[in-house]
Write a new protein. Structure first.
Ligand SMILES: Nc1ncnc2c1ncn2[C@@H]1O[C@H](COP(=O)(O)OP(=O)(O)OP(=O)(O)O)[C@@H](O)[C@H]1O
Length: 275
């Protein structure tokens, strides 16, 4: 399936009322399969490279599949305002961010004790076989959030994120972590190493950021580097190395998103935190 041009067909078609675990298509054979080891996404994109638009797409797809969406919007941007407007829980300030992360970690631990602690628990079970909703957290601009926090708060954010990254999979907790750039010491390896879906967008990306994001160097790319607005590279355990991608185009106007997302909301059962 090749998407990347026009409003994705994914938004159209018959609505299925049940929770769906269908992977979310991104481009060509690159998909976001949150029912796999590649459920956590690390998305790196400098300003203006189309990150917000891509996050709106991913968030909309999560809602369409009836999962719970949480958003951390450390820069208090349009993205957070849009999701808040349609009823999704959005955290902006450091204390709100810690509160949201704590709540998701608690949910994760409750799921573990409910479904996996008993002696007779099915060790092969996961959230899909248990029929649970996924809990997806979009953490936009993680470095801005860490930069705003004091030392103790920073350690706490990293600790909570690390737990979600490490233990979230079986119980359906998936992270989408974004930053504009990434140096080796910006984020603990315990978090980044768990993000097995890596995406980088944009024309102007340093070699260091490209390497930290993908594990490759720009010079490894066959042909010229083709990053741009909504264009870049992805790597997943199934992608056989770096794959060129274009992110799906979405409506230009915020009002159109609101219509689109309200439509998704009103066709389904309640989602998100704020409703
Ligand atoms: N896949 C795409 N194809 C074509 N244009 C795109 C695509 N994605 C985004 N754009 C356009 O690029 C511009 C910037 O997009 P967006 O606001 O998503 O970027 P951003 O990286 O979040 O920027 P900032 O960090 O400055 O907010 C918008 O005008 C948007 O319409």
């Amino acid at each position: 399936m090749l998407i990347g041009k026009g409003i994705p067909n994914e938004y159209k078609g018959d609505y299925k009322p049940d929770v769906s675990y269908e992977p979310i298509p991104i481009y060509d054979n690159i998909i976001w399969n949150y029912n796999s080891e590649a459920l956590h996404i690390l998305l790196i994109a400098p300003s203006g490279a189309g990150k917000s638009q891509f996050l709106r797409y991913l968030g909309g797809m999560v809602l369409r599949r009836q999962h719970m969406l949480h958003v951390i919007d450390a820069k208090n941007s349009d993205l957070g305002r849009l999701f808040r407007h349609i009823g999704v829980g959005v955290a902006v300030e450091t204390d709100e961010i810690i509160k949201m992360l704590t709540k998701i970690v608690n949910e994760m631990n409750e799921r573990y004790s409910k479904y996996f602690a008993a002696d007779n628990a099915d060790i092969d079970a996961n959230f899909t076989s248990l029929g649970l909703k996924g809990e997806i957290l979009i953490f936009d601009e993680v470095l801005a959030a860490l930069g705003e926090a004091d030392k103790k708060q920073k350690a706490e954010i990293e600790r909570l994120l690390g737990q979600l990254a490490l233990k979230g999979r079986a119980v359906g907790i998936s992270l989408v972590i974004t930053a504009q750039k990434l140096n080796a010491t910006d984020l603990p390896k315990s978090i980044t190493e768990q993000c097995q879906t890596r995406i980088i967008l944009g024309a102007v990306v340093s070699d260091e950021t490209f390497h930290q994001a993908t594990g490759y160097y720009k010079k490894d790319i066959a042909g010229a580097y083709k990053g741009g607005v909504g264009k870049g590279y992805a790597i997943t355990p199934k992608s056989d190395g770096l794959a060129y991608i274009e992110t799906p185009q979405m409506p230009e106007k915020t009002s159109d998103y609101i219509m689109l997302f309200k439509e998704l909301r009103d066709r389904g059962t309640p989602y998100g935190e704020g409703r």
